[in-house]
Design a protein. Structure first.
Length: 384
């Protein structure tokens, strides 16, 4: 838990889920730079303010103290929404006065101030700028922020093409601001997302099938090599009744399991709203829209009843925004163990160097190598 001091006061902020051992802050120098610039410029924050891509709710929490007439946060992250609610409550803000919207929701109809925390995914930025641009007007203030390594020429070109004339600030503490002036004369075009592509012919049950990827979902225009390797080594006929695609992304792994086990229920879960919608559409394109699947946006397997799953399939991320960490993988593995029935199995694909076999042995007491190549391993752990 850390304290962020701004012109609007001091705020105690945390990430979600809260972990006293986690030394990572809920904000960075780019958030501080943006808030300081707004104060120095005397930006009018009394109207309709929208925050896009706020990572842990730091910007939203500070802005709530200014009591704008309308304040909305738009995020692709369920964990960000949970962190924002907690941080707003801790600051004493009226949570009901802040609209917490997802990237799948309709944005506000009018935006006087748009603040953009530049996301890691350029595709997600493109998609979201297309969605909010119609709400901007000639007097709207648009300011983006990010660390220098996150802002590229391609980033600025997106603002220029979708919003209007764009310039950048000097770098301060390795952070930079983006100033964009809305141009009402710009032709409004729809977002090019989602993308659809066909899978190769050597990936098991989903060979030649169609994948749907919404903006921001990993490997938007092709099958990544780790998932490709996993699809070739998924468990065969074991008669599972409930299969979970944990961290489902575009849902290709869960869809492959559904095709291979047509009598099983498949649960697709991810903390990304874009990912779960991608999985829903990938499943519908290849299996149909029947009752054989559930789609959950949430914190891993927290919302799944204990000992209710037979098989969990997982390709865990090893980045949290710009930080490289195995924290998410460890939480996924622990959540899988709680959700599995005795005798149930967790199958994991990962880079060889990540050493997931050690973590699995700590959590499950066992780990078996199913398949490997020079880059990846597929591991199996059984709940005893």
């Amino acid at each position: 838990m850390n304290r962020l001091t701004t012109s609007a006061g001091e705020h105690t902020l945390t990430r979600f889920p809260e972990d006293p051992r986690d030394q990572l802050r809920a904000w960075d120098a780019s958030d501080e730079y943006l808030l300081r610039q707004l104060a120095e410029d005397g930006t009018d924050l009394s109207g309709s303010v929208a925050v896009l891509g706020d990572r842990w709710g730091a910007l939203t929490t500070v802005l709530a103290a200014h009591r704008p007439a309308r304040l909305a946060q738009l995020t692709d992250s369920y964990l960000t929404q949970r962190a924002t609610r907690a941080n707003l409550a801790r600051s004493g803000a009226d949570g009901a006065a802040v609209r917490l919207l997802t990237t799948r929701d309709a944005p506000p109809e009018r935006i006087d101030v748009l603040l953009v925390r530049v996301p890691k995914s350029l595709a997600l930025l493109e998609d979201q700028l297309h969605r909010v641009a119609p709400a901007l007007h000639a007097g709207s203030v648009v300011v983006g922020t990010g660390m220098v390594k996150e802002i590229h020429t391609s980033t600025l070109k997106l603002f220029e093409r979708i919003v209007g004339p764009t310039r950048t600030s000097l770098a301060v503490k390795k952070a930079r601001l983006i100033f964009s002036t809305p141009d009402p004369a710009l032709a409004r075009t729809p977002s090019p997302w989602p993308l659809r592509y066909d899978l190769p012919d050597d990936v098991g049950a989903v060979s030649g099938r169609t994948v749907v990827n919404h903006a921001g979902v990993f490997c938007a225009d092709r099958l990544d090599i780790g998932t490709r390797f996993f699809l070739r080594h998924l468990p065969g006929e074991r008669g599972p009744r409930r299969i979970v695609d944990l961290g489902c992304g575009n849902g290709v792994v869960g869809t492959a399991a559904a095709l291979a086990h047509p009598d099983a229920e498949v649960v697709f879960t991810d903390e990304s709203f874009q990912a779960v919608e991608s999985a829903r559409e990938t499943y519908a394109a290849n299996v149909g829209t029947g009752a054989g699947a559930r789609f959950l946006v949430g914190d891993g397997l927290v919302d799944l009843p204990a000992e209710s799953a037979d098989l969990v399939l997982n390709n865990p991320p090893f980045h949290t925004h710009q930080a490289t960490t195995d924290r998410t993988a460890r939480r996924m593995f622990s959540g899988a163990r709680a959700a599995l029935r005795p005798g149930g199995e967790l199958w994991v694909v990962g880079n060889r160097h990540l050493g997931y076999h050690v973590t699995l042995r700590r959590i499950f007491g066992n780990s078996e190598l199913v398949a490997s190549d020079p880059k990846f391993v597929v591991l199996r752990a059984v709940k005893r």
